[in-house]
Design a protein around this ligand. Structure first.
Ligand SMILES: [Mg+2]
Length: 191
């Protein structure tokens, strides 16, 4: 027998619920102020073995070289036992020089084509870990988070270091703010 909603042509899911469902796939697993605030020690105890980072506006300002803070972070992560990688859509010159300066053991992938999965899968392969053993830390929902989520990697969204950005990024940020508004609302409701 056909369901009454099929017969009457009525849709049981409200547009609001459909939109909320779409937003669900964009939500990070965690949202923090900074890449330097992540509880890396705690995550290691829970079984994570690798951390994949975005570079620009996540670890340093866009285009900036590795600074003392980022170098100290990679040294700390290495001492904990993590394997680390930077996964960036930026050029080889930019990504290679950042990685080499930041830490001797830091692997890198440039022109990663985020949010497509290929770069993330290659990163996991290079690190020798499964998706469930990795963390991803980045500042953009529409590149970093979507890609990590689609690959099954725990995603941590952080606030961009530099709030002043290009017009293209500002547009993306406005969309992100809408998603984050729903994300925060959902978090508040589940408390
Ligand atoms: Mg970034």
């Amino acid at each position: 027998m056909l369901h009454s909603s099929v017969i009457t042509g009525k849709c049981t899911a409200s547009p609001f619920k459909i939109v909320m469902g779409l937003f669900d796939s964009l939500y990070p697993d965690e949202y923090l102020e900074s890449a330097y605030d992540v509880d890396y020690e705690g995550w290691y105890k829970k079984g994570k073995r690798a951390v994949i980072f975005d570079i620009d506006n996540t670890l340093v300002r866009h285009g900036a070289p590795a600074d003392d803070r980022s170098k100290a972070l990679f040294e700390r992560l290495s001492k904990i036992g993590y394997r680390c990688m930077v996964l960036s859509n930026n050029t080889k010159t930019r990504v290679k020089s950042f990685a080499e300066e930041a830490h001797a053991d830091l692997k890198y992938i440039h022109m990663a084509n985020k949010p497509f999965k290929s770069g993330y899968l290659k990163a996991l392969d290079m690190l020798g870990v499964s998706a469930s053993e990795a963390l991803f830390v980045g500042d953009q929902i529409f590149t970093d988070v979507i890609g990590a989520r689609n690959t099954g990697i725990y995603s941590i969204l952080i606030e961009p270091i530099n709030k002043k950005e290009s017009f293209q990024v500002v547009l993306k940020r406005n969309l992100e703010n809408v998603v984050l508004k729903f994300y925060k609302k959902q978090k508040d409701n589940s408390r």
